[in-house]
Design a binder for this molecule. Structure first.
Ligand code: F7E
Length: 304
């Protein structure tokens, strides 16, 4: 039986990935941050504490590690850049060190991100130069190169999945898609009338999270390397709002407001991923694009 360790198992991706791996016959362990969540397969672990990271790798002795745990809110990273660097950048190095010393045969997946590309022009591929635009992006860039370095220096089976935005009804309420889908449901119920957003012109390549966790698993079954997972389509925040409100027979323009306070000191204008390598080498092909994604999320929030 294959044993997997997932950091960030309580998050959107961690929860979908745990379900997928259990379905495929894995024994799945995960790290959690609160005592109340501890079970035989849920281990208390602080990713900013080296001894705690060593302990979980030693206890689980995983065959595959999916490192998804991080401070993942880009806007928040401007307010706490150093804590973000520790939890999102240095934590990856802690885990790689633990793998190198304790479980060097383990396959390692790093949740890299399209935020690495920042203002590099779209479409972005694995050979596009990186130019991050936030403390989050900078921390993820350090983590990306740590993975490459441990692969080259120590021969670890370590890979980066450079995932473009991926959403679902399990997405945290602080991200723009879920903020919008929750607002649509609240407006439809009559509990609210407007939602206040920031930069409506930002363009993202939004896919459906369950398809992306399947991509993560495929990456670890392959020779180690760095892969983009993306749909190859681009929509603005305004487009997403339009589709989400239309799914509830509402007009976005009647309900969306903007405010300076929601803007970031620096934003990423336009992300569109070229995932040809993943398609050709892993057979990974996403099927759900932004209009359907918006409908799925709004439908789920209206039913809840
Ligand atoms: O913002 C704009 C905002 O917070 C998307 C994380 O999972 O994906 C995510 O990062 C865009 C930005 O995601 C609001 O300025 C406008 O341009 O949903 P988001 P993100 O920053 O793209 C990547 C791949 C990750 O790796 C990250 O961990 O939407 N925007 N108005 C807004 N964003 C938010 N959150 N709230 C607004 O009101």
């Amino acid at each position: 039986m294959t044993t997997a360790l997932i950091t960030g198992i309580t998050g959107q991706d961690g929860s979908y990935l745990a379900e997928l791996l259990e379905h495929r016959g894995y024994t799945v362990h995960g790290t959690v941050r609160r005592h109340q969540q501890v079970t035989p397969t849920r281990h208390l672990c602080d990713l900013t504490d080296t001894a705690s990271v060593d302990k979980v790798v030693d206890e689980v002795r995983p065959d595959e590690i999916y490192h998804l745990g991080a401070q993942t809110h880009v806007g928040e990273s401007f307010k706490s850049p150093i804590a973000t660097f520790d939890a999102t950048g240095a934590a990856t190095l802690r885990l790689l060190e633990a793998v190198r010393r304790i479980a060097p045969q383990a396959r390692f997946y790093q949740a890299a991100t399209s935020e690495l590309f920042g203002i590099s022009p779209a479409p972005q591929s694995e050979s596009t130069p990186f130019h991050p635009r936030s403390p989050y992006g900078v921390a993820k860039l350090a983590a990306y190169w740590a993975v490459v370095n441990y692969r080259e220096a120590y021969g670890l089976h370590a890979s980066n999945g450079i995932l473009f935005n991926h959403e679902s009804p399990r997405r945290g309420a602080g991200f723009v898609t879920r903020k919008i889908s929750l607002a649509v449901a609240a407006i439809k119920r009559g509990d609210a009338d407007t939602v206040t957003l920031g930069n409506l012109d930002a363009r993202r390549d939004w896919g459906f999270a369950p398809e992306y966790v399947d991509g993560m698993h495929r990456i670890l079954q392959h020779a180690p390397g760095d892969y983009i997972l993306a749909t190859g389509t681009s929509y603005s925040v305004r487009d997403f709002a339009e589709h989400a409100f239309a799914a509830a027979d509402l007009d976005w323009a009647d309900h969306v407001r903007t405010a300076e306070a929601q803007q970031r000191p620096a934003d990423v204008p336009d992300l569109v991923g070229d995932s040809s390598r993943a398609r050709d080498e892993l057979g990974w092909v996403p099927t759900i694009h932004t209009p359907e994604l918006a409908r799925i999320m709004v439908t789920a929030d209206m039913a809840a």
